[in-house]
Design a protein around this ligand. Structure first.
Ligand code: AMP
Length: 254
C-alpha cells in the first residue's frame, strides 16, 4: 500500500486502467471501516482510502482536537484489508487560504443531524466532492451507520451530475449491539453500558417506543427519516460523547 499526502500524487497514482473504488474516512479504523474497504476491494481493481479529519464538518464546540488519530495503526489495518492507496492529505492543501466554495445540500442537510450540527453536512458534502474530484473513482463507499450522510451524498451526486456510483455498506455492530464508531473510544465502561440503550431502543423500530426507552439519556432526536430506505434514526449524548445510530424500517411498515 502506498501512502500519498498531496493532491497531485493522489491524482497521478490512481491509474485509469481499471475501476477505482474510494472509501472516504476520518481514521480511527474499526470493523465498520474495514467492511467498506473489503467491499471496495471485492468490486474494484484499485482501492483508495482517504484519511482526513475534516475540520469543516466539526462545529466550534465539537471534538475535532480530541478525535482519535493513529495513522500508523490505521495504515496497517487498511493495508491488511486490501487498500492500495491511502490518501492522507493536509488541511492546508485541501483548505488553502482564501477557500470559500462550499456545497450545500439544502433541505437534507438541515434536518436531524443538520439541526444539531449546523454546517456539518456542508462540510461533509464539500470534502466528499473534493475527494471525488481528486481521485475520480468509479464507485465510492459509505456506511449505512451514517444514513443521512448517505442521503446527502447521493443527492449531491444527482444534483451535480457526478457519475460516481455510491455504494452503501450495512452497519457493523459489536456483539452487544452497539454500532462501531471511532467515538466509542471516548466511552468509559459505565457509559458504554448506558449507550446500549441506543441500539436497543432503535431495535423496536418504533419512534414512540424508542423515545420511551431513551428516557434516561440526553436525546437530541429520535425520528423516522424518509431516506431511501426509510430509517428510524437517533442521536444521543452519553457523558460528553455524542452517538448516532439508525435501523432500516421494514418495507411493509413504510
Ligand atoms: P468515519 O471515519 O467515521 O467518517 O467513517 C467513514 C465511513 O465509515 C463512513 O462512510 C461511515 O458511515 C462508515 N462507518 C462508520 N462506522 C460504521 C459502522 N459501524 N458500520 C458501517 N460503516 C461505518
Amino acid at each position: 500500500m502506498k501512502i500519498v499526502r498531496t493532491i497531485a500524487d493522489a491524482s497521478s497514482l490512481v491509474t485509469r486502467d481499471g475501476t477505482v473504488g474510494l472509501v472516504p474516512t476520518m481514521g480511527g479504523f474499526h470493523e465498520g471501516h474495514l467492511a467498506l474497504f473489503r467491499a471496495a476491494r471485492a468490486e474494484n481493481d484499485v482501492v483508495v482510502a482517504s484519511l482526513f479529519v475534516n475540520p469543516a464538518q466539526f462545529g466550534a464546540n465539537e471534538d475535532l482536537a480530541a478525535y482519535p488519530r493513529d495513522e500508523k495503526r490505521d495504515a496497517e489495518l487498511a493495508e491488511a484489508a486490501g487498500v492500495d492507496i491511502l490518501f492522507a492529505p493536509s488541511a492546508e492543501e485541501l483548505y488553502p487560504p482564501g477557500f470559500q466554495t462550499w456545497v450545500e445540500v439544502e433541505q437534507l442537510g438541515r434536518t436531524l443531524e443538520g439541526e444539531f450540527r449546523p454546517g456539518h453536512f456542508r462540510g461533509v458534502a464539500t470534502i466528499c466532492l473534493k475527494l471525488l474530484n481528486v481521485v475520480r473513482p468509479d464507485r465510492a463507499y459509505f456506511g449505512q451507520k451514517d444514513a443521512q450522510q448517505v442521503a446527502v451524498v447521493k443527492r449531491m451526486v444527482r444534483d451535480l451530475d457526478l457519475t460516481v456510483e455510491i455504494r452503501v455498506v450495512p452497519t457493523i455492530r459489536d456483539g452487544d449491539g452497539l454500532a462501531l464508531s471511532s467515538r466509542n473510544a471516548y466511552l468509559s465502561p459505565a457509559e458504554r453500558e448506558r449507550a446500549l440503550a441506543l441500539p436497543r431502543a432503535l431495535a423496536t423500530k418504533d419512534a414512540a417506543q424508542a423515545r420511551a426507552r431513551l428516557n434516561d439519556l440526553d436525546v437530541d432526536y429520535v425520528e423516522v427519516a424518509d431516506f431511501e430506505p426509510r430509517v428510524l434514526a437517533a442521536a444521543v449524548r452519553v457523558g460528553k460523547t455524542r452517538l448516532i445510530d439508525n435501523v432500516i424500517l421494514d418495507k411493509e411498515r413504510a
